[in-house]
Design a binder for this molecule. Sequence first.
Ligand SMILES: N[C@@H](CCC(=O)N[C@@H](CS)C(=O)NCC(=O)O)C(=O)O
Length: 218
Amino acid sequence: MTIALPLTLHTFAHSSASWRVRIGLHLKGLAWTTTPVSLLDGSHKSAAYSDLNPNQRVPALVLGDGTVLTQSMAILAFLDEMLPAPALLPADPVERARCRAFASVITEDIFPVQNLGVRQKLGAEFGADTDRQAQWCADWIVRGFAGLERETARRDWASGRFLFGESPTLADICLVPQMRNAVRYQVDLTPFPLLVAARDHAMEHPAFAETAPETQPA
Ligand SMILES: N[C@@H](CCC(=O)N[C@@H](CS)C(=O)NCC(=O)O)C(=O)O
């Protein structure tokens, strides 16, 4: 079975979940066409986009045969299953579990509480202005990053490598966009030197640099 081409990625440049998928596509050597979905003007809630992704979130990946895939981690798993090299997880089962756990801290513990819909609700229903919303996001990022920094220190990770070895894995794919969110919310990264080093190393790889929000159409 092969992946039906061409691929169309419905994405928003500044969405970290979308960036994860762009990194994965690039790592797997796949080309794709971008269809921008603006979260700023609510395009993700339009009738047309809701037909494509009933959950009204980006990203969504449309395959050449019309199949629609959603949820960044499910899309990355699909890519890894269809194109096993380069692998997005370590070979060793324990390391795989640790790598998945690292990614989950970001995708399940940190990211959901700072998502756009959450921030909008904090503003509309709880009166939090943009500064308070940013503080909210920063607090959850700091808590999550503190754990990841401690975990990384415990693993004797050395800078100049990817988080789980010599090639990028889900851990790097999730960390880099989340670090960008941290910068956006003015998180002081000084307490997280290992995460900063991991981010900096990953950003030297074309799959990360060439898919960064700044490189995207919208
Ligand atoms: N768990 C989903 C999260 C997708 C998601 O929430 N994307 C954000 C942008 S990064 C979004 O579309 N937010 C819209 C909203 O919160 O209303 C994934 O990993 O794909």
